[in-house]
Design a protein around this ligand. Structure first.
Ligand code: PAF
Length: 289
């Protein structure tokens, strides 16, 4: 496996392979790789000739009060996972190279990022949109894979690629979960033993919502109430949102008969966790709030 640190070397490698007709798969990450990343890497490996994983803790998607400094950076472990999974290039640019003095471009995808994570973390999606655009420009992938766990991020990337004609096929892969239902996340390492015990209640609440819908409940407020009732059984959880939304626009839904995504965010102490579930209900049309 090749480790590439500079932007021109990354682009030169990709351009050479593209000229040779090689298809390039790309999994962008911030490192601290877990089985969720592994499943993206494996899916990419199966469909592409060459595979790039980027490891870059992107400073612009953290607000000044967030965990940039303490974000886990187990680089040796990450590289060995990539090596074991047959990754061809680990791209590890520096923040200085990515954001040299004088950098000023902003990329905004306003409607999709207005609510939920965008409302809780106003800095976040601007940083994600810029870094993903830059990484696509350097890695020049044919296919890029993202996890459904960050549902709103995935929706943003899809919109961005479509609006800016970036020519990258975007694949969203299912969330990988621990046995007790907790969605895998690099930030799960922050949870202490007690917090880890209660963390799966977020996925239980989402499942309660999904079951209510599948059982025929169509009233969004009632479904949200049933999710809150579930999560209230757990101590020390603060709900930020548990919302039933249109899976494309991410607008809240009060009534629906077709498809929905249930988005959730909670806090356990200082740790914030997000998760989501897609629900399919046959027939009919959604009505936005
Ligand atoms: O999901 C992540 O790990 C990051 O937001 C991403 C897409 C790599 C951009 O920094």
């Amino acid at each position: 496996m090749k480790i590439i640190r500079t932007l021109p070397s990354m682009t030169a490698w990709s351009e050479r392979l593209r000229r040779e007709g090689v298809t390039i798969g790309f999994v962008p990450t911030m490192g601290a790789l877990h089985d969720g990343h592994r499943s993206l890497i494996r899916a990419a490996r199966l469909q592409c000739d060459a595979l790039v994983v980027s490891i870059f803790v992107n400073p612009t998607q953290f607000s000044p009060t967030e965990d940039l400094a303490k974000y886990p950076r187990p680089i040796a472990k990450d590289r060995s996972l990539c090596r074991a999974e047959g990754v061809d290039v680990c791209f590890e640019p520096t923040a200085q190279a990515m954001y040299p003095e004088g950098f000023q471009t902003v990329v905004t995808v306003p409607a999709i990022t207005k609510l939920w994570e965008g409302a809780s973390r106003p800095h976040h999606f601007g940083g994600v949109a810029v870094v993903v655009t830059k990484l696509f420009g350097m890695v020049r992938p044919h296919v890029a894979l993202f996890g459904q766990k960050d549902y709103q991020q995935a929706a943003l990337v899809r919109q961005l690629v479509q609006d800016l004609n970036l020519g990258v096929k975007i694949q969203i892969r299912p969330t990988v979960r621990e046995q007790d239902g907790l969605a895998m996340s690099s930030r799960n390492v922050y949870l202490n033993t007690d917090e880890r015990m209660i963390a799966p209640w977020l996925s239980r609440a989402l499942r309660a919502g999904k079951q209510a819908i599948e059982g025929g409940m169509k009233d969004g407020a009632a479904i949200e109430r049933s999710m809150r009732k579930t999560i209230e059984q757990a101590p020390a959880i603060q709900v930020e949102y548990l919302a039933l939304c249109d899976p494309d626009s991410l607008e809240p839904l009060t009534r629906f008969t077709r498809r929905a995504v249930i988005l959730g965010a909670i806090r356990i102490g200082s740790i914030r966790l997000i998760d989501n579930l897609l629900v399919n209900v046959p027939g009919g049309k959604n009505r936005a709030r």
